[in-house]
Ligand binder design. Structure first.
Ligand code: HEC
Length: 132
C-alpha cells in the first residue's frame, strides 16, 4: 500500500516536471496584447495561413494583415472577434476554442497596428478597441 502511494506521488512529480515551469503558467490567462498575439501567430499559421497567406497578405481568402486588409467594417476588435469566431476557419467555423479566437484576433490587431503590444487586452475591453 505504502509503496503504491509513493509510486503515485512519484508519477505526479514526474508529470509536473514534464509540464515545466511554463506549463502551468501557459494555462493562466494573459491580458497583454503582445503575449496573446505571440500565441495567436501560431494559431494563425496552423488554422488560417493556408487561405490568408503566411503573413496574412491574402491567398485564397482576402488579406487580413497589411495595406490590403480591409477590416474597418468590423468597427471594433469585438466585431472582428465576433466575425472570426463564427465564420472562420471558413471550412470549419467555430471549431477553435474561445482562447484561440482571442489570441488570433490579438495577432491581427497587433500586426495591423490597432493595438500596442504592451496594452491590456481581454474579452472585457475588445469593444473599446476601434478598427478604422
Ligand atoms: C479554407 C480557407 C480559409 C481559412 C482556413 C480561413 N479563412 Fe478567413 N476567409 C476565407 C475567405 C474565402 C474569406 C472571405 C469570406 C467572404 O467574403 O464571405 C475569409 C474572410 C476572413 C476575414 C474577413 C476579411 C474581410 O476583408 O472582411 C477575416 C478577418 C478572416 N477570414 C480571418 C480568418 C482567421 C483568423 C482564420 C483562422 C482562424 C481564417 N480566416 C481561416 C477563407 C479562409
Amino acid at each position: 500500500m505504502r509503496a503504491l502511494a509513493v509510486m503515485s506521488l512519484a508519477y505526479a512529480l514526474v508529470a509536473m516536471i514534464a509540464l515545466g515551469p511554463g506549463g502551468l503558467l501557459a494555462a493562466a490567462p494573459s491580458s497583454i496584447a503582445g503575449a496573446l498575439a505571440a500565441k495567436g501567430q501560431k494559431v494563425f499559421r496552423r488554422h488560417c495561413a493556408q487561405c490568408h497567406g503566411n503573413q496574412g497578405g491574402g491567398y485564397i481568402g482576402p488579406a487580413v494583415i497589411g495595406v490590403d486588409a480591409e477590416l474597418a467594417s468590423y468597427h471594433t476588435a469585438q466585431g472582428l472577434l465576433q466575425y472570426v469566431s463564427t465564420a472562420m476557419p471558413q471550412t470549419a467555423p467555430g471549431s477553435l476554442d474561445e482562447r484561440q479566437y482571442l489570441q488570433v484576433v490579438a495577432y491581427l490587431l497587433v500586426q495591423n497596428g490597432y493595438i500596442e503590444k504592451g496594452a491590456a487586452l481581454g474579452m472585457d475591453n475588445l469593444a473599446e478597441i476601434p478598427i478604422e
